[in-house]
Design a protein around this ligand. Sequence first.
Ligand code: 13P
Ligand code: SF4
Length: 339
Amino acid sequence: MKPNPKDFPTIPPIELEMYQGLIDEIKALKKEKDAIVLGHNYMHPLVYWIADFKGDSLNLSRKAATTDRQTVVFCGVPFMAETAAILSPTKNVLIPSLKGGCSLADSITPQDIIKLRLQYPGIPVIAYVNTTAATKAEVDVCCTSGNAKNVVRWALQQFKTNKLIFLPDRYLATNIARDLDADIFFPTKENQEIPPTDKAIQIIGWDGSCEVHKQFTVKDIESIRTEYPTVKILAHPECSEDVVAASDFSGSTNAMIAEAKKTLDRPVYLATECSMADNILTNAPGCKLIRMCSYRCPHMAMITLENLRDSLKFNQYQVKLDPEISSRARLSLERMISI
Ligand code: 13P
Ligand code: SF4
C-alpha cells in the first residue's frame, strides 16, 4: 500500500517516499499481531490514513468493542485509550505513547467530584467523555459533545431535579446552557452558593478547558469572514461561547467532518485542532478548506508512525485499569449509550 501524493496535499512527496518503509512495517505487523488500529480525527495524516477505523473518541471505542481482534492500538490521547479499555475489558488495548495528556481530562480529579457531591447533595453529575477512567467512575453518566443536550434532559428527568453538575469543560457547559436556555453557575473558592434562578434548568459547571480550542477568538472568526465573505465556519463546542455564536455550525469532530463534506460550494473554515483539515482533504478532496493551521494539540502530536510501529512490535504501552474503577466507569458510559 503506497500513499498517493495527490491525497496528501500537506505532505511533500519526498517525505511520503521516506515513510514508505515504516508504512510497510506497520502493515505487516498489524497482520502478524492480528491487531486493529484506531485513529482519532486529530492524528497526523499518515497515522490517520493507516488506521483501520477513524473517528471521534467514543465511536472508536465502540468500534473496538465490536471487533473480534484481541489487540487494539489506540492512536489518540490516554483518556481515549482508557475508554476503549473500559468498553473492551478482555482486550489488549495499547497506546503508542504515554507522553500525551489532555488539559480537560487533567483539570479534575475523583476527589474533586467527591467534594462536589458533598457540597451539592442529590444533584446528578454528568462528565464529558474527555475525562479519565477514574473521573468517569465517580459520575452518574457520561456524554459527548454530540449527545450532551439529550443526556442533560435525561438526567433532569431521571433524578427529578432542575439542577445538575456538568464537568469538566466550562465552554461546552456554557454552549449547552445557551442552547437549552439554562442558567449556568461556576462555583469559586469564595462563592459556592447556588444563586436563585427563574430558569427551568440550572447547570453547575467546572472551570476546565481545552488548551487548543480556547485559543480561538472572535477576532480570528471576524478576520476570516472579512477575507472570505462566503466562508462557512464550523466550530467545535469546546470553543468559547462567543466563538461558537460567531460561527455557522457547531458539533463534534465527526459532525464537523460530515458538515464540511457536504459543503462543496463555498470555502469552509474549521475552528478546531488543525490536523483535522489535513485529514478531510485526504478523504474528501472536493472540499474547499481554508487551511490556517494555528492550533495543534501537543498531546495528539505525540503519536507518530514510529511509535505506532513500536507499539505493535513490542506490545506497548498496555492500558491497565483497576477492575473496580473500570466497571464503575463502564456503567457511566453504558448509561449514556443506552440514552
Ligand atoms: P470529539 O472527537 O469527541 O469531538 O473530541 C474532540 C477532542 O477535543 C478530542 O480530544
Ligand atoms: Fe485534550 Fe483539547 Fe488535546 Fe482534545 S484537543 S486531547 S480536549 S487538549
